[in-house]
Design a protein. Structure first.
Length: 327
């Protein structure tokens, strides 16, 4: 049943125009950013803090990380909608009567949303590669293509972030049955992340920032901030120490959040409604037209389960059935 729900969700998104709009926007944006920092727009004053080789591992990571942060704003409308649309269309009462388990339903919904987000991230990678190879770019800024640079960036840095933020948004929407709550939760996460980054700007707290930053950007900066230009151009992104601990920590948090969502999810739970409008206080009213009502005494009903009565009932039911057969 998991595969049935999973395929249905993918087909649902493949038929929605909004999915292709998302793909087009991020595809064009990735081509524009990549080609721009590679010197395609020579007559524009493009400033960048990226290394000299813009397609070095660190350069690709910076571009990917910037565009992926923008994708996070789509999580409520992609991952959250995978489960919210069942309640919005009021199909959940009928859908929940089907013979599937809670695990089949939640895992299929969650991972179908992750698959859609991953496809957008894949398009971003294609756009970056195309942008670095457009005619007119500065060849001194672009090095040789390395497929492992893109794969490592996705597996180590992007995928854990997608699972973390996706699990949080999915948990909030699945519990509240409300897409607005998903957007609010995401905004709160961003605010908390900004506050935490501000509090940990002190150099004495660099190790804590590297470990506690959910996106892993502080952990990368912890190891690469003193790299020379030559090191930025040639070295792979580090995968050691705080980076490993950071990725494992937030993958565990994502697993815990999804586990809590799975534990408390119930097919019979009613939606939680949010409204910023002030609710009017209800007033109690009493009808005054009860004076004309009179007491009515109903006759006592006597039940008869005797043998003779059962024979009569059988005879009458037989006649009815016989008439249906004859017709």
């Amino acid at each position: 049943m998991f595969s049935t729900i999973f395929k249905y969700e993918l087909n649902y998104w493949f038929k929605k125009p909004s999915f292709y709009i998302y793909l087009t926007i991020f595809f064009i944006a990735s081509i524009g950013i990549a080609s721009g920092i590679a010197g395609f727009f020579n007559n524009l004053d493009v400033t960048s803090s990226l290394p000299k080789l813009v397609n070095s591992p660190l350069g690709v990571y910076n571009i990917y990380n910037t565009l992926t942060v923008l994708i996070f704003f789509l999580f409520p409308s992609i991952i959250g909608v995978t489960i919210y649309k069942d309640f919005k269309s009021e199909m959940h009462e009928l859908l929940y009567s089907y013979p599937f388990t809670k695990a089949n339903y939640l895992f299929a919904k969650f991972f179908s949303g992750i698959a859609i987000v991953t496809s957008i991230v894949f398009i971003i990678g294609i756009g970056i590669i195309i942008g670095f190879n457009l005619p007119g770019i500065d060849p001194d800024l672009v090095g040789a293509f390395n497929f492992m640079t893109y794969l490592k960036t996705y597996l180590v840095y992007l995928l854990p972030n997608i699972l973390l933020y996706g699990a949080i948004v999915f948990a909030v929407v699945s519990y509240t049955r409300n897409i607005t709550a998903g957007f609010i939760a995401f905004i709160v996460l961003l605010i908390l992340q900004i506050i935490m980054a501000t509090l940990l700007t002190n150099p004495n707290y660099e190790s804590f920032s590297a470990l506690l930053n959910p996106t892993g950007a502080s952990a990368v900066n912890y190891y690469t901030k003193y790299w020379t230009v030559a090191e930025q151009n040639n070295l792979d992104l580090p995968f050691e120490g705080f980076i490993i601990y950071n990725r494992l920590l937030w993958l565990m948090v994502a697993t815990l959040v999804f586990g809590i969502s799975f534990r408390f999810f119930s097919f019979s739970q009613q939606p939680v409604f949010f409204s910023f409008k002030r609710k009017l206080k209800g007033k109690r009213s009493t009808k005054s037209n009860f004076g004309s009502l009179t007491k009515v005494e109903l006759s006592e009903v006597k039940l008869n389960f005797s043998f003779i009565h059962n024979l009569k009932t059988t005879w009458k039911l037989s006649n009815v059935n016989f008439k249906k057969i004859r017709l």
